[in-house]
Design a protein around this ligand. Sequence first.
Ligand code: ZN
Length: 236
Amino acid sequence: MGINQSAIALLSAGLDSSLAVAMALKEGVQIKLALTFDYGQKAAPQEIKQASRLASYWKIPHKQVNLPFFAESGHSSLLRGSTNKELPRLSLDDLDNLEASQKSAKAVWVPNRNGVFIEIAACFAEQLGASYILVGFNREEAATFPDNSKAYRESLNRALSFSTANHVQVISPTELLNKTQIVEMALKLKFPMEFLWSCYENGTQMCGSCESCMRLKRALKQNEVPFDDYFANPSV
Ligand SMILES: [Zn+2]
């Protein structure tokens, strides 16, 4: 990354993708477009609303892309109308328990989701003359979500050198950080935390008890950030 480089960002308004954008902007990367996907996930309305607020805050163009076919797979408990309705609940202790996290990851897995998102972003990147696709991978979840890892990103980059004329590359400034370090970065960059949506559900506030909320809560707690206002269930 560097000055005069431009990117298409994947922005769900979750902690990782939002901070990936904040960090890239800080480094002088021009974000030509931020994409938010509605793939039938329960949290889509809040993710789209918050991503749109973030894009306005940063003054970057924002686009919603609808991918209704994911819902037809129907198994992931992330999806509206899923056959598997219950979202897994993990305790703070479970977050570092590989077996419990793998079980939770399996329940929310959506087949090839990140792969599809990145390939779509690559179309926009070539069309708009952007060199990069900006994603928010993180070290903490790479163990249970292999499509969140450096190895996956590097293999995508090899594939994209064949499928895009301008050899678009995927970058992820958050990739080697865990969530606590990403929140630390958010504080350093004065990121507006009230714009985040890191929850698998779609309430008026983040639920505070799904795995994604628990990971955000732990990271906020470890950075001594008060979080009662962000969650419907703030207890840990
Ligand atoms: Zn939640």
